[in-house]
Every structure is written in structure tokens, then in C-alpha cells.
Design a protein around this ligand. Structure first.
Ligand code: SF4
Length: 382
């Protein structure tokens, strides 16, 4: 029987660069994009030869960058190459990331016929003035139009990304953002707390005192507001940043948190298989040239995790989920009693209301209070 595998396909192009962005993405010509697609197709074929005998693909995520900014038929070609070289489950979840102003009816048709059945839209905020300061090129009206186009095509499995803690973004902005999302009946929401990365235009603006970040207390208020508002509206917070209506959690995201196998294809894409993590080069010309001339996958880093690293990942990823960390599964995986080896620390965290032990399932879970300081809790348990 074949094992399960998820694919992440990276499209490293955007129509412009957002002020806060540190992702591997470039504003490039169609010529470069087409060369990249040819290289990516070669990588898909090479990896397919290696993996298709043993693995069956259950989820695919086409992310970026902005996959919807590729020239017409590019996604169709990429997915055809996937189907040609991998065994893909009939009901596989196939997600594509799109930006509100680069999606058209024709592109939706192309993506649907390529098998895409889930759309993740970068809304970020329902304030045109904040969107402008973020360097986003879309307006709130574009987002509404984009969602309506998807619904007209019968697509309801939609996710919206929202950024919390952006300079000048207020609780009223977050409230308006959720009003819009709820009004449009979008069943999945990912909320990301802004992290300022060195070298981005935003970090330069902050260093030059042209703008400033909201204080921690305001950001916590924004997050707790999202948690209570979305819970009232029937969404489950199934991971610290992710909320879904029943039956519509992202299967692909859960693969990352559960440490199941995934294979990254494309520039800078990361993979995890068994005990190994590896990633492709993030140098675009080198990626294209390597596949073009050597017909080999340009892996730049590979690492077999030590048992200590695996334990740390377990704790870090499992505690992010509302389901929490399955202590019995941990014990079986590492031949170590999770509760006994951390008795004192767990007792203190439980006594202070940061964690709970579900005695029915033997899962350790973060409480609402715990989710606010999750990184500090994880530090104490690894
Ligand atoms: S759309 Fe996303 S990947 Fe592209 S520049 Fe903006 S934040 Fe970065």
C-alpha cells in the first residue's frame, strides 16, 4: 500500500512587493515566469519518478508568491505534470493562493479544470487605507468581487488571510474585516500576527520612525477579539491562527502540524520525509539553470533530525493545535513518558491556567490564556 504524501508547489512571483514581505517572491517578466514553469515541470517529473511507486498524494497546496499572477494556462500545465507523474487521490484537497486583483473568471475556470477545489485569498484587512500602507495592490472591493466570482462558479471552500498588529491597524479595522468575512460567509480564516523581518521596507520605515508597531496589549486584544467573535459565529479555532466552520479545516495545513510527509516543489520549497528535512535553493536563476542544464533537483540543504530535534518539533507543532499533544502517541514515538519527564513544569503550567490535561484522551492542550503565550510554554516543555 502506498503511503500518504502532500505536495507544496511554490510560485515565486508577485505583481508587486508588499512592504512587510520576506517571502521568496519576485516581480518578474513573463519570460522568466515561463522559464521557471519549464524548470518546475522538470522537477515534478524527476520527483514523480522517485516518489510515485511508494506514495499517493492526498493534498496539494499551490502557494507563493501569487500563483494567480502566472500567465494563462501555467497552472494547468503544472497540474498536468503532477497528474502525469504522481498518483493523486480522487478526492485530494487542492488549494491555490490568490490575490483579489489577479483572479479572473477565466483563471477560476482554468484552476477548477486543473483540479483546484479550495481557494485561499489574501485579504489582510478590510480597510483600503491600511491595505495601501501594506503595499497591497488590491482594494476591499476587489476582494468582494473575487469571492462573488468564486461563489458564482459554485466554489464555497474559501479561506481568507488576515494580518493582525499592522501599524495603524485598529480593533475597529479588525472588527470591520471580520464583519466582511462573516457577511460573505467565508468558512476558513487564517489570522497572522505581523512579524517584522529585517530588510523589508516596513522594517526600514519602523527603524526610521516613519511608522510604529501597535503595543503588545493592542495586538493581544485584536487576537482575543477574533477568537471570541469567530467562536460566536460557529468557527472552531483548530490551530492557534486558523479558524474553520465544521468540516472545512485545511487538510494540507494539518499535515505540517502532524509532521506527516510533504514534498516541496519549486524555488526554496521545503520538504519533510520521515526524519529528514530538506529544501531547494532559493536562488531563482540557479534553480532554473540547474534543472535546465543538469536535469537534477537543486536541493541546497538537507538534514536528518536528531531525536532531540524531533521531540522539540513534536511539542512545538502539536501544542499549536486545539486538539493538543497526544501524550500516548509521544510516548510511543520516543519511548519516553511525556507527563512523567515534565511533571513539575506541567503541574505549574496547569495550575496557572495555561494548559489543561484532558484525562479522557490524555492530550495536553493550551487554554485560551495559554495560546497567548504559546512560545513561552513551548520553551518550558522542550
Ligand atoms: S502578495 Fe504575498 S508573497 Fe507577494 S509580495 Fe505580498 S506578501 Fe509577499
Amino acid at each position: 500500500m502506498r503511503k500518504g504524501l502532500s505536495l507544496y508547489i511554490h510560485i515565486p512571483f508577485c505583481n508587486s512587493k508588499c512592504a512587510y514581505c520576506s517571502f521568496t517572491s519576485f516581480v518578474s517578466s513573463d519570460e522568466i515566469k515561463l522559464k521557471y514553469i519549464e524548470a518546475l515541470k522538470k522537477e515534478i517529473a524527476l520527483r514523480g519518478k522517485e516518489f510515485s511507486a511508494k506514495y499517493e498524494v492526498s493534498t496539494i497546496y499551490i502557494g507563493g508568491g501569487t500563483p494567480s499572477c502566472l500567465p494563462p494556462s501555467a497552472i494547468k500545465q503544472i497540474m498536468q505534470e503532477v497528474y502525469k507523474n504522481f498518483i493523486v487521490e480522487n478526492n485530494a484537497e487542492i488549494t491555490i493562493e490568490v490575490n483579489p486583483n489577479s483572479l479572473t473568471k477565466e483563471k477560476i475556470d482554468e484552476f477548477m479544470f486543473a483540479g483546484v477545489n479550495r481557494f485561499s485569498i489574501g485579504l489582510q484587512c478590510a480597510s483600503n487605507s491600511i491595505l495601501h500602507s501594506m503595499g497591497r495592490t488590491h482594494k476591499v472591493e476587489d476582494f468582494i468581487k473575487c469571492v462573488n466570482m468564486l461563489k458564482d462558479k459554485g466554489i464555497s471552500n474559501i479561506s481568507a488571510d488576515v494580518i493582525l498588529g499592522y501599524p495603524r491597524e485598529t480593533l475597529a479595522d479588525i472588527s470591520a474585516t471580520l464583519d466582511l468575512i462573516l457577511k460573505l460567509d467565508i468558512p476558513h480564516i487564517s489570522t497572522y500576527m505581523l512579524s517584522v523581518e529585517d530588510g523589508t521596507p516596513l522594517s526600514i520605515q519602523i527603524n526610521n520612525k516613519q511608522t510604529k508597531l501597535p503595543d503588545e496589549e493592542s495586538v493581544i486584544k485584536q487576537y482575543t477579539y477574533c477568537v471570541s467573535r469567530l467562536s460566536e459565529a460557529g468557527y472552531e479555532r483548530y490551530e492557534v491562527s486558523n479558524f474553520a466552520k465544521p468540516g472545512l479545516k485545511s487538510k494540507h495545513n494539518q499535515v505540517y502540524w502532524k509532521r506527516w510527509n510533504y514534498l516541496g516543489l519549486g524555488l526554496s520549497a521545503h520538504s519533510f520525509l520521515k526524519h529528514e528535512r530538506f529544501s531547494n535553493t532559493s536562488d531563482l536563476p540557479a534553480y532554473i539553470a540547474y534543472l535546465e542544464t543538469k536535469n537534477k533537483v537543486p536541493v541546497s540543504e538537507a538534514k536528518i533530525l536528531t531525536q532531540q530535534e524531533e521531540k522539540e518539533e513534536w511539542v512545538m507543532l502539536m501544542l499549536r493545535r486545539s486538539e493538543g499533544l497526544d501524550t500516548e502517541a509521544y510516548n510511543a514515538e520516543f519511548n519516553e513518558n511525556f507527563l512523567a519527564t515534565r511533571k513539575e513544569r506541567l503541574f505549574t503550567l496547569i495550575k496557572n491556567g495555561f494548559l489543561v490535561l484532558d484525562t479522557q484522551t490524555n492530550h495536553i492542550k493550551a487554554t485560551d490564556k495559554g495560546f497567548l503565550v504559546l512560545n513561552k510554554i513551548i520553551e518550558q516543555l522542550v
